[in-house]
Design a protein around this ligand. Structure first.
Ligand code: SF4
Length: 332
């Protein structure tokens, strides 16, 4: 008997795998990577599924979902949560993919680490039922951590799994999960799954702005707004100015052939990317915003080089720092 587990990399999905594997069921773990995965310093990262799988010897498959996911984020049927997180549609899409994987691998059902009442939008009972129905998995979606609080699923009814050995956890308290982690000997228990930038308010503001002005999302747009200060110059133009060396590195790597890169020549300072049809005024404006964040020389004049794509002819601007109010007015 085989099942598929949606493994986020957080503690709950890790424990769900343990609870089911303990009953002699082979568990194939399935993890999704999207353009909104963050591997930075903000707590847990999408890479945790790999770490925990290596540690606990889970059989893991990592799937990258691209444009299909971006289109769903741009227009989620069930709407967004508190930020730009379309959790219900996201779960449905992921479960649809897991269902396909279940069918090709001959697995019989799917498990998740969801806990009843733990999350505001996606883990209410009604939302859980919607997700189950819309992904065509009625009766085949088992939540081992809350299973005994829910009607029996097909795996329980058919006796593939012993319902009495499943859990009845509810709510946001995580005491039971930490006790289980200890009992299972899970070292360095992962934090609750994190790493989804769609739940980050600042990132969501930028993404909303991009969506309002472009009408759709691309992997490039989702990526470029991760790295730096995002400034909306007009309906068609925005710039992203790096905050540190890491941002600068990413912005340089992400530059598209039609985007402009700005960098200071006579002092240390950030890289800026300009996206949109930049006329001379827009270029001067970006140069002076970049100068605001540069280590300006004594005369306050920053020489800024602008270049379209990697091969474009360099243009030189002499910029003084934009006033903080002017930057604040366009910063998203
Ligand atoms: S937090 Fe992000 S990854 Fe998780 S269900 Fe919501 S949208 Fe999907």
């Amino acid at each position: 008997m085989k099942c598929i587990a949606l493994l986020s990399g957080g503690l709950d999905s890790c424990l769900a795998v343990k609870v089911v594997a303990e009953q002699g069921i082979e568990v194939l773990a399935f993890n999704f990577q999207t353009a909104f995965c963050s591997t930075g310093s903000k707590g847990a990262s999408c890479g945790d599924a790999t770490r925990i799988s290596d540690q606990e010897k889970f059989n893991l498959k990592v799937i990258h979902i691209g444009q299909e996911y971006l289109d769903m984020v741009a227009k989620p049927k069930h709407g967004w949560g508190k930020n730009m997180n379309p959790c219900i549609d996201c779960r449905i899409l992921m479960l649809n993919k897991a269902k396909e994987y279940m069918e090709v691998t001959g697995a019989k059902f799917i498990i998740t680490g969801e806990v009843l009442g733990q999350r505001p939008l996606s883990q209410h009972w009604r939302a859980m039922k919607d997700v189950e129905r819309e992904s065509g998995l009625e009766g085949l979606l088992l939540r081992p951590l809350s299973a005994r609080l829910m009607p029996p699923t097909i795996p329980e009814i058919k006796g593939w799994i012993d319902r009495d050995k499943l859990c009845a956890i509810e709510g946001r308290q995580r005491k039971e999960q930490f006790a289980m982690a200890k009992a299972y000997g899970v070292e360095n228990p992962p934090t609750p799954a994190g790493g989804c930038l769609l739940t980050d308010p600042a990132y969501s503001d930028r993404l909303r702005d991009v969506l309002e002005h472009t009408g759709g999302l691309t992997v490039h747009l989702a990526q470029v707004i991760k790295y730096g200060r995002y400034l909306r110059l007009d309906a068609k133009t925005f710039t992203v100015i790096g905050r540190n060396q890491e941002d600068n590195f990413h912005l340089e790597a992400l530059q598209l052939p039609d985007e402009w890169k700005f960098r200071p020549l006579n002092c240390m300072g950030p890289v800026a990317l300009g996206n949109g049809p930049l006329d001379d005024t827009a270029k001067r404006s970006i140069a002076s915003m970049l100068a605001r964040y540069a280590d300006r020389p004594a005369d306050g004049i920053v020489q800024v080089e602008a270049r379209q794509g990697r091969e474009g002819a360099p243009e030189l601007f002499f910029a003084t720092a934009a006033e903080p109010e002017a930057v604040g007015a366009v910063r998203v």
